[in-house]
Write a new protein. Structure first.
Length: 436
């Protein structure tokens, strides 16, 4: 099945293949022989079922399988023989192709291939990175964050609602002049900007300075998923009565608290937290270095991208952006419009991401870097431990979703990133005292 390949552009190829009648007849004959040898039918010994009977019962299915096999083998052979590197499998509409043992099949399709480029020298690239330094404010912030995980919200009998406090309120929801719903003991979270679990829409300040027994009326637009249904996007007045004021109380930073969270004492806790901050900052620095190295490589390596692949990647990200906006409360029309307005930015980001992907692959090939099944398995185990789930369950889920391949790509990229960073000349850059 010789193939003709036409170069349409840097990353586009049109392939034309002819499958001869002889090849079709041979494939059909092989298929019938295999079917006759393997089909078990009452009244006939294995291998002795007459072909007309097989034709009647299995003819359509067998011919479909032969056609699919011929088409797949044809394009795979063409790609292999011409050393093409497609970015995805070709889309061939087999329903429009007739399998006739007296006629040749002409198969023609266009695919996009990986860009061909010379890999520049990537060892010894110079990059400046901020110095990793844990500030006292960093340590204090993380200690307070740790304490907040064990915080309690205590009722205060005197004083007013302040920023960071909780107000426990009874709410009457009024729509079009009528009370449609009443709810008791709802939480007003002044820090999280939430009222009864709903986005506060700028109304939190109305509760600040209020005391127990105070009455507050605010206007809100109810969200799409408001429960009970029937009031989506309705303009409502919320009549609130403050029943309690609760203030967050952090546990004391003492040896007892340090022991509770797994340290020997306060000083040991500070040492461990500082070390964890340093690890995090070093990880940030490493990432910063890697991104700057990729910037340098991209600038040194101009090449064309597969345009259809770029458009599909951009469309996918725009679609994800739409869903995020809808989840944040935007209606569908506004989400589509806002996401579409960001297409140029998203496309630029996808261009950089694709260039990085092709550079990673070329470096991995040049350095013979791969990902073993054991490394994939170890990564799955780490993911399972992080989410406190059985490793086999996580593996099966990734397999069912077709995500093991993506995970393998991530592992490969991490290896190449590390190689680039270790081969680079990284120096401490002057900073304003902030961390990367």
């Amino acid at each position: 099945m010789p193939a003709q390949v036409t170069v349409n552009g840097p990353c586009s190829r049109t392939i034309k293949i002819e499958i001869t009648p002889e090849t079709i007849r041979e494939s059909l004959a092989d298929a019938w022989r295999n079917a006759s040898a393997n089909v078990q039918m009452k009244g006939f010994r294995p291998g002795k079922v007459p072909r007309p009977i097989l034709e009647k019962k299995y003819g359509e299915q067998l011919r479909l399988e032969v056609k699919q096999h011929l088409l797949e083998e044809a394009w795979k052979s063409a790609i292999r023989d011409h050393k093409l590197r497609p970015v995805e499998s070709p889309k061939v509409d087999s329903d429009k192709i007739e399998l006739d043992a007296t006629k040749a099949i002409t198969l023609e399709f266009t695919i996009e291939v990986r860009p061909d480029f010379e890999l520049p020298e990537w060892r010894g690239l110079e990059v400046g990175a901020p110095v990793v330094a844990v500030q006292d404010s960093d340590l204090e912030r993380e200690l307070n964050h740790l304490r907040s995980r064990f915080a309690t919200a205590e009722e205060i009998t005197e004083g007013v609602v302040g920023k960071g406090d909780y107000a426990i309120v009874d709410i009457d929801f009024e729509v079009d002049g009528a009370t449609v719903l009443s709810r008791e003991k709802q939480i007003v979270d002044t820090a999280g900007e939430k009222i009864a679990g709903l986005d506060a829409q700028g109304n939190i300040t109305s509760f600040l300075g209020k005391t127990k027994g105070a009455k507050v009326t605010i206007g809100m637009t109810l969200p799409e998923d408001f429960d009970p249904p029937g009031f989506a996007n309705a303009k409502a007045l919320l009549h609130c009565t403050v029943q309690e004021v609760r203030r967050v109380q952090l546990p004391e930073l003492d040896d007892a608290f340090a022991t509770k969270v797994g340290a020997e004492n306060v000083e040991d806790l500070k040492t461990k937290v500082r070390a964890e901050i340093e690890r995090h900052l070093q990880s940030q620095r490493n990432r910063y270095v890697e991104e700057r190295l990729f910037d340098a490589l991209i600038a040194k390596t101009p090449f064309d991208l597969p345009q259809n692949l770029l458009e599909r990647a951009t469309d996918e990200m725009i679609h994800q952006l739409e869903h995020q906006m809808q989840h944040q409360g935007h209606d569908e029309a506004r989400a589509k419009a806002d996401a579409a307005a960001q297409r140029d930015r998203v496309k630029s980001e996808q261009m950089r991401a694709l260039r990085m992907t092709f550079l990673v692959d070329r470096i991995a090939e040049a350095e013979k870097i791969g990902v073993t099944d054991k490394e994939l398995e170890q990564t799955v185990v780490s993911l399972a431990m992080a989410h406190q789930r059985p490793a086999q369950e996580v593996f099966d889920e990734l397999h069912e979703r077709g995500q093991l391949g993506s995970l393998r790509v991530q592992i490969l990229e991490a290896k190449v990133r590390k190689l680039l960073r270790e081969a680079a000349k990284v120096f401490d850059a002057k900073t304003d005292g902030t961390n990367p």
